[in-house]
Design a protein around this ligand. Structure first.
Ligand code: GRF
Length: 197
């Protein structure tokens, strides 16, 4: 059984999808804790499913490194096999990446390497592209630059607002995430090998 810690910053719709998938006894993974860098709305999904939560407020620490160390300490308490950033809007510091990767993955609402960073959906719309996408990557010390685990194209519809496009991307992210967790748990995806490639 793959044990997972999920880190969020927002609504946690991807987290909710993982929690719902975990309700199936056949699903080979369990979310053991959910963390956030702020009082994220998505923590309520964990509470509803009876999953422990922790918050490491970014603003409570004098530096990104000290915040990262506190975050890592919290994650380690749960001894997860895999840590998933899903809607986590902070760059984790090198010491955290070093300690956890490649068992540290991130969902991103664009077809990387297109549109990395915190405003991927807005940037895709501003670029006037007709297609964007969703990607799942191994976190490294770059910004959304790590090895790609899986990704899928999503059409941009005429008149799309950022919210509408993002809501069309999220279900694809959720499916990529659930499928990847299954494949990682079943050994069909080898994160160590992917990170060495
Ligand atoms: C997701 O699209 C994620 O990839 C991006 O922010 C969004 C968070 O959505 N970083 P949610 O919090 O999972 O609903």
């Amino acid at each position: 059984m793959l044990s997972i810690v999920v880190l969020i910053s927002g609504g946690g719709s991807n987290l909710r999808a993982l929690l719902e998938a975990s309700e199936d006894a056949e699903f080979p993974a369990r979310v053991v804790a959910v963390g956030a860098d702020r009082d994220a709305d998505g923590l309520e999904h964990a509470e509803r499913f009876g999953i422990p939560t922790f918050t490491v407020p970014f603003t409570s620490y004098p530096s990104r490194e000290e915040w990262g160390d506190a975050l890592l300490e919290q994650i380690r308490q749960w001894e997860p096999d895999l840590t998933i950033l899903s809607g986590f809007m902070r760059l984790v510091p090198p010491r955290v990446v070093e300690a956890l990767s490649p068992w540290l993955i991130n969902t991103h609402p664009a077809y990387l390497p297109e549109f990395p960073g915190a405003h991927a959906v807005r940037d895709a719309l501003a670029a006037g592209v007709t297609q964007t996408g969703a990607s799942l990557i191994v976190v490294d010390n770059g910004v959304d630059a790590g090895p790609i685990i899986s990704q899928e194209r999503v059409e941009v519809e005429p008149g799309d607002t950022e919210a509408a496009l993002h809501e069309r991307i999220k279900p694809v992210e959720r499916r990529l995430l659930i499928d990847a967790v299954l494949d990682i748990a079943n050994g069909h995806i080898d994160l160590e090998e992917l990170a060495r490639a």
